[in-house]
Design a protein around this ligand. Structure first.
Ligand code: ADP
Length: 391
């Protein structure tokens, strides 16, 4: 017996997410590895029914690299699906630059081109491409396909694609790219399938996870998003600042002598919920903490979402629906309630009971509020299957 499968790879700086799908795009298994490169890595693999798959007896308790984690996960998959044959590997690649909106078959030449975009996303792109290298080594001869987080937003109007810098910087690629596109692609696809009327209207999607952003769409087309040139802009995140006055950076360079490396560490890794609370970057931990700084960090997070919601609603000329997704958006009734409080002026009123039970639709007002679990892996798998058909 053999199982032909499409593998999806989302390779980050210290985490690896894998999805295993049939050719017909049925889910076979999902794998999540955290804390790669540290002493205690945690690998969880579940089958489509949500059952944990057992680790091989000799499995390491830590993984030095994403490639090592990939090889162990593959062993687990092979034990559960005898005769497993991976026929394509789809990759989440954060940056496609100005040129790439469509999924791309990876070759040495296209890999080189994507590596040149590393300065645009220094904390993501190199790790994404390391995942591609690991897959090339593990599955020789199998097509690798990149799907870009920036792709969804490439239709933005010029006013929302540029900064007010001298024009030459726009030409050099200093643009508002936007991220989390695979998640927005999934949500808009789900709306088209299940809520066709709402899909035609003005919808704001709030992707609230460790990284967080919002996107406004009209008829499924992106109009505005909170992230810009980098994945730092917009909402505060687990450890990232979100929007910050650039004057603060100039001040820190002058007074604290911070260079680009020091600023990068501060803005990406020491700020956001972690920096403000001094407690944790994890919303669950903050919600269960009685430290007042934890609540202040949550308040700041919700305040910034509310501000962006108003701004995006203005860009859309109104709002017909608000969708929450991502680990926080899907699971934190507190955050959803705090974001929606006093938003009747936008037609938003929550049904408190439905919100607490994480119902799919949690509103009673004219603007519909939905909770839709996102699924970036299936978007990558679909794209890989489509590219495979053309080969
Ligand atoms: P990533 O960007 O790493 O994919 P996720 O989408 O998994 O992140 O989101 C992680 C965030 O979701 C963490 O802050 C976590 O605390 C939060 N989260 C997960 N479950 C819950 C929950 N039940 N209540 C509140 N927050 C939650």
């Amino acid at each position: 017996m053999s199982t032909r499968a499409i593998l999806t790879v989302n390779s980050g700086s210290s985490s690896l997410k894998l999805g295993l799908f049939t050719e017909e795009l049925e889910t076979l298994a999902m794998c999540h590895v955290d804390r790669i490169g540290r002493r205690e890595a945690a690998m969880k693999i579940r089958d489509a029914a949500g059952r944990n798959l057992p680790m091989p007896e000799h499995a390491p308790t830590a993984f030095r690299t994403n490639g090592a984690a990939l090889r162990t996960a593959l062993e687990v998959f092979q034990a559960d699906f005898p005769g497993l044959e991976v026929i394509a590997v789809g990759h989440r690649v954060v940056h496609g630059g100005v040129n790439h909106a469509e999924p791309l078959r990876l070759t040495e030449a296209t890999m080189k081109e994507l590596a040149r975009l590393a300065p645009f996303a220094p904390l993501h792109q190199p790790h994404n491409l390391a995942g591609v290298r690991a897959a090339v080594d593990t599955f020789p001869g199998v097509p690798n396909i990149a799907c870009f987080d920036t792709a969804f937003h490439r239709e933005h109007p010029f006013v929302n694609d540029t900064y007010a810098l001298p024009r030459r910087y726009y030409e050099k690629g200093v643009r508002r790219y936007g991220f989390h596109g695979l998640s927005y692609d999934y949500i808009t696809g789900e709306l088209a399938r299940t809520e066709p009327e709402l899909h035609k209207g003005r919808v704001v999607v709030a992707h609230l996870g460790s990284g967080a952003s919002m996107c406004g769409m009209k008829g499924g087309h992106p109009i505005d998003t909170t992230m810009g040139f980098s994945a730092l802009d917009g909402l505060p995140m687990g450890t990232r600042t979100g929007q910050i006055d650039p004057g603060v950076l100039l001040y820190l360079m002058d007074t604290d002598g911070l260079d680009s490396h020091g600023l990068s560490e501060l803005l990406y890794k020491e700020s956001g919920l972690q920096g403000l609370s001094g407690v944790s970057n994890d919303m669950r931990t903050l919600e269960s903490s009685d430290d007042p700084h934890a609540q202040e960090a949550i308040d700041y997070f919700c305040f910034r979402i509310r501000r962006e919601l108003g701004g995006i609603a203005a860009a859309l000329g109104g709002i017909d629906g608000l969708v929450f997704c991502g680990g926080i958006g899907e699971n934190s009734a507190n955050v959803r309630a705090q974001v929606c409080e006093g938003m009747e002026w936008l037609g938003i009123t929550l049904d408190a009971e439905k919100n607490v039970t994480h119902a799919r639709e949690i509103s009673t007002g004219k603007t519909r509020v939905l909770v839709i679990p996102t699924n970036e892996e299936i978007v990558i798998a679909r794209a890989a299957a489509q590219v495979l058909e053309t080969l």
